[in-house]
Every structure is written in structure tokens, then in C-alpha cells.
Write a protein that binds this ligand. Structure first.
Ligand code: TYC
Length: 120
């Protein structure tokens, strides 16, 4: 069955090229109207009680990292106090935070996790 094509973003209107007497083509600069999507980083925090192995498992499971990468990130958090596990849209970052906090709560660990806008 033929399905409807998804909605397309508006096509940007290009400035009309102006030709000077000497043949030079002048294009007016237009300000960019589409602002870049604000992305959010999911930051996991260190604590004194959550087992390292649990943090590695969480990073592997919810941030799709292999074991070696997850271990590196966990050790960075352990040493620096916090570390970025991934960068997402606002909704997806909130979902990741919920997943991490839910898994930690279920396992009885105090692991904390927040999302914050990238670049601020
Ligand atoms: N500091 C914890 C320990 O020594 C390990 C740990 C690492 C805990 C990273 C939380 O986000 C964390 N058991």
C-alpha cells in the first residue's frame, strides 16, 4: 500500500541574485532562520557506594557502549566526580536519566544521573 510521504521541512527561499552594471552578481546575505537543535548530555555522577561493576553494566546497557568503553567512562566518573555518557535530544536524554535512575533504585544503589544542555 502506498503510504503518505512524511512532512518535509520548508524549503529555504534563496535571495534573488542582483546583477550590477559591470556584470558582478550580488547575493544578499539572509540570516539563518532555522536554529540548531539544542542537544542534552547525560551526566552520571560518582558516589562512594554504587559498585563499579553496576555502573559499567548501566553504561553498556543504556548508552550502547562496549565493555572497554563503559569501563573507561566509569573510571573517569570515579576519578573526576562525573562523566558524560551520551548526547541526545531533550526527550531522549530525559528517558536515559529515567532508565539509569530506575535501574539504580531497583538495585538499591544511590547512583545519580542528570541531563544538561550541551554548551552551557
Ligand atoms: N566510586 C564508586 C566506588 O568506588 C564507583 C562509582 C563509579 C560509583 C562511577 C558511581 O557513577 C559512578 N565503588
Amino acid at each position: 500500500m502506498a503510504s503518505k510521504s512524511p512532512p518535509q521541512p520548508p524549503t529555504p527561499k534563496l535571495p534573488t541574485p542582483q546583477r550590477e552594471d559591470d556584470g558582478t552578481v550580488v547575493l544578499e546575505r539572509r540570516p539563518q532562520k532555522v536554529k540548531p537543535l539544542q542537544m542534552y548530555q547525560v551526566v552520571v555522577l560518582n558516589d562512594d557506594y554504587t559498585p563499579m561493576e553496576f555502573v559499567v553494566m548501566v553504561i553498556q546497557e543504556f548508552f550502547n557502549k562496549d565493555r572497554a568503553t563503559a569501563t573507561q567512562i566509569m573510571l573517569k566518573i570515579h576519578l573526576d566526580g562525573k562523566g558524560v555518557c551520551g548526547v541526545f535530544t531533550k526527550d531522549m536524554a530525559a528517558t536515559k536519566v529515567d532508565q539509569v535512575l530506575g535501574a539504580a533504585k531497583q538495585a538499591g544503589h544511590p547512583l545519580q544521573c542528570v541531563s544538561e544542555p550541551v554548551g552551557s
